[in-house]
Design a protein around this ligand. Sequence first.
Ligand SMILES: [Ca+2]
Length: 483
Amino acid sequence: MARILILACSLVFGFLTGNLRSGLAAEGDQPNILFILVDDLGKEWISCYGAEGIDTPAIDQLAATGMKFNNAWCMPQCTPTRVTLLTGQYPFRHGWTNHWDVPRWGAGAHFDAKLNATYANVLRDAGYATCAAGKWQIDDYRVEPDAMHQAGFDAWCMWTGYETGNPASENRYWDPYITTQGEGSKTHTGKFGPDVYCDYLIDFIGRHRDKPMLLYFPMVLTHGPLTTTPDNKDARDKRELFAGMVRYTDKLIGRLVTALDKAKLRSNTIIVFTTDNGTGGQRNRRLGRVVQGGKAKMSEQNGTAQPFIVNCPGKVPAGVETDALVDFTDILPTFAELGKGKIPDGTVVDGKSFAALILGQAENGPRSWIMSMGGGPAVLRGGKVVPKLPYDDRVLRDKRFKLWVGTDRKPEKLFDLVTDPWEEQNLIDSQDPAAVESLKRLSAIAATFPKADGAPIYEKNPPQSWDKKENAAKKPSRSPRKG
Ligand SMILES: [Ca+2]
């Protein structure tokens, strides 16, 4: 009886203090998570994915000693990708099918964490210390100074995004304009932004070793404008500037890995490296071809199929290359499972956890298909930001075939990605039994999605002088896509 009482007391005490890791759970039950999301970079600039004329040794090392995914899909552009990975929902459900640059356009629209689950809130509620550094873009910190906290982060150091009417805020690289938890927004004169964000994360790591940590690093690199870095201050050539940005991205990742090593946290930190959409404009050779940057595109080799690497020595199998299907709706359920977090009751999650795969407990991932959609500017209608189209075009794939579905909800194109990875031969009318079967199956899955896409779910923020006006937003063009 006494033992039961002691156990009951310790359980209650553990829950009261929230100290599940050092109390009840064995060390390592809640691994740290470092989630690195590069902005606008495709496989054709990562050497372990076959990029030519560029070396990314730190990223390559993560792949060589971890798990490299060949079939991981993001959404085609910033806003759809970022909200998808936060919420575990497809754009047709969370409603941000298009791009809406909140600090730039405002109009009361914002990512509303009160009405949307985030993986950061799930992990913080599970006892994690949470930190974000880099780019957000889906809230305006002038209007919502507490947006990051509401989204689940204890600490943050973020480029504000371009705030209309505030020219200083344009800078994400040199002399960056950054909002920091407890300090608000200011210019960091003489600094290179990517160093500031990285330093902040490393400092956070040093101060929170006693708790499980979530470190979200949505990098501002390698998005335009082209910039010099501290390592090539005299560069002028466009390609050399961009290659320098890629090399600096790699260098910062190396610095973070070294910091985790020094803190003796590597074997309990799951590192996820990926990017939010294809490269913006630059071209590079990969696998013997010149690849044009495919930001905003849903094509396989330059658009939505992103570099995706998971690494944790001793936890994640080393040197494994996988063709498992993963898309960004799977991030929230995976992080929730890894961190023993509880997804709030009533939350619909489209993705599935692939935690068992990355922990070496399963041969394959849980998905038999993945999906990508979204991009282009949203529109302002009736005072709310709504999707440009009632039904956005999208792509679905299984391990072999990829289906393109048009804005009329009808199947448009089918490609065999095994024999035709550059998507040059449309098999939509093929009589090949495997193609016919896959077309039927993927079309049936697409038909289960809502007939009309949802709109962003938010309570409107108060009007501001810089808000984009409704008539000015009525004629969005499909290109260029920003973000
Ligand atoms: Ca982007």
